[in-house]
Design a protein around this ligand. Structure first.
Ligand SMILES: Cc1cc2nc3c(=O)[nH]c(=O)nc-3n(C[C@H](O)[C@H](O)[C@H](O)COP(=O)(O)O)c2cc1C
Length: 495
């Protein structure tokens, strides 16, 4: 069994040993310069970066931590991200094996699943490295908080795992929401309206109470991933992180708020959000490639900072893809496909193209079995967690490769009739979406690009697709194999 990474430090050590981390010892400014270096290295599919000397800051900065699928897979103890998806598929398909033969065949899978389930519950510990040092005063200026883009409203903590609790159930939640610095102890809490953190906040506000908050900077990589992943509501992010690393996450009680935080993290900011207070946050260079507009958001008052003896500050840089969060988006698409298929077994595959920012465009291949089945899938997906944000949803038949955008456009152009096969609806859209006139509310369109038949009420006969004749194809193989020029040109003489 691979050993999971219990901390960011352990992961960095492995990356360095594998030559997938570069230390930069020259001073690099946290204002704009770290962004520039990080973006160029990420675009070249380069390594994680450790900026050892950041002028004015007391600790090094790591960026591009999960800016490649190979590092994301490693972070999640897998050879490939698809292997993580396979583990999730086994978990969600948990069912008793059929008979003795089935029992034997499924034994390894069952054991794997049981050990996985055991890893789910976080382990409570009394102390942890994240509390080795408690700062005597709160001074956020000691942290190497980045200014990423020239017109950002301020320096921003870009990769924090923000821990909040539901005041009604006590359930804790962890999500990544950026925190823009206002002063030595105040930050903007940029949770968008659809996030669980914002929902917890509304519940505290309804009681007229301050919401306790802990922001974790530099957790172990599985916990960071769990904070950005669309973990179904009601499932604990720490349990999901435990599942990903096949080992429970250790949690320690925060010093000044009634919350638990990962004991092995680098830095924790503890404090509260007061429902009576809002302040303008932004602009901020966002994953759309635009600056998000300045808007009022709640204010996070930091009252305590704890950290390791020698902490490392984890940051990421958003912007127009390619970026680290775009690479993470691809991993999320692959890893959560089994969850989609649990609800919609007719789904064969799903692609959320990077150019569509993972929320604007979705392509889904289905096994179509009844009239208007594609429309049912569209509405089901729009009702499924963060899939609600997909503005252009294309449904194709099961044999279409959803990752081949050229093939998908071919099917849309040829097989979807704009007067009949578009499903135009209105509903919630991502808060950062820019083309809808009213924030958070906008149009979405589903495109049924499947083949049509009488069962769809399609009155004309659907034409037959051209396919090669098998005997002629075999004959062509021989002709090509026999000719050295053609054989070289076509590689293997096979069609
Ligand atoms: C690098 C990065 C930065 C993010 N920043 C924000 C943010 O500032 N505000 C926000 O609401 N979501 C942000 N997200 C998206 C959430 O982390 C994501 O939707 C996650 O699933 C949490 O959603 P939940 O609170 O509904 O569980 C960010 C994601 C990444 C990868």
């Amino acid at each position: 069994m691979p050993v999971p990474f219990r901390s960011l430090g352990e992961f960095l050590a492995r990356l360095e040993a594998q030559g997938d981390l570069v230390r930069i010892s020259r001073p690099v400014s946290r204002d704009l310069e770290i962004t520039e270096v990080t973006q160029r290295v990420l675009r070249a599919d380069g390594p994680a970066l450790l900026f050892e000397r950041v002028p004015g800051a007391a600790m090094p900065v790591v960026t591009n931590l999960m800016g490649s699928l190979r590092r994301i897979a490693l972070a999640l103890d897998a050879e490939r991200v698809d292997a993580v998806a396979e583990r999730i598929a086994r978990l969600v398909q948990l069912r008793p094996p059929a008979g003795l033969v089935g029992a034997v065949r499924d034994l390894s899978g069952t054991i794997d699943t049981l050990s996985t389930l055991r890893a789910l519950a976080p382990r409570r510990v009394r102390s942890g490295p994240v509390q080795e040092v408690e700062e005597p005063t709160v001074d956020l200026d000691r942290l190497p908080i980045l200014k990423c883009w020239p017109k950002d409203g301020g320096r921003t903590i870009t990769f924090p795992v923000v821990v909040t609790a539901d005041p009604e159930t006590g359930a804790t939640h962890a999500g990544i929401y950026r925190l823009q610095q206002y002063g030595p102890d105040t930050l903007g809490m940029h949770f968008q309206v659809h996030r669980v953190g914002a929902s917890n906040y509304r519940k505290w506000a309804a009681r007229g109470e301050r919401m306790p908050v802990a922001a974790v900077i530099g957790a172990d990589p599985a916990t960071v991933f769990s904070g950005l992943a669309p973990v179904p509501e009601g499932v604990s992010n720490f349990a999901f992180a435990g599942f990903l690393r096949s080992e429970p996450v250790e949690l320690v009680r925060a010093r000044s708020v009634d919350l638990e935080v990962p004991a092995q993290a680098e830095i924790v900011l503890e404090g509260y959000v007061d429902p009576a207070e809002r302040r303008i946050e932004g602009p901020f260079g966002d994953h759309t490639g635009y600056y998000s507009a300045p808007e009022p958001f709640p204010v996070f008052h930091v009252v305590r900072i704890t950290h390791r003896e020698r902490p490392v500050y984890l940051a990421t840089v958003t912007g127009k893809p390619p970026t680290e969060d775009a690479v993470l988006g691809k991993a999320v698409e692959r890893i959560f496909l089994p969850v989609v298929r649990l609800v919609l077994p007719e789904v064969v595959d799903l692609d959320l193209p990077e150019a569509g920012l993972f929320i604007n465009v979705g392509i889904v291949a289905i096994r179509k079995s009844y009239p208007d089945h594609p429309r049912k899938v569209m509405h089901a997906l729009w009702g499924l967690g963060q899939m609600m944000f997909v503005r252009y949803l294309i449904v194709v038949d099961a044999d279409v490769d959803v990752h081949d955008l050229s093939e998908v456009l071919y099917r849309v152009g040829l097989q979807a009739d704009p007067a009949r096969d578009l499903e135009l609806v209105q509903g919630p859209v991502d808060q950062l979406s820019i083309s809808n006139p009213v924030p958070n509310l906008g149009g979405k369109v589903g495109i049924d690009a499947t083949r049509k038949g009488p069962e769809d009420g399609f009155p004309r006969p659907w034409p037959e697709e051209i396919r090669s004749d098998a005997a002629a194809a075999r004959a062509a193989d021989e002709v090509i194999r026999a000719d050295p020029v053609l054989a070289r040109l076509l590689g293997r003489a096979e069609r």
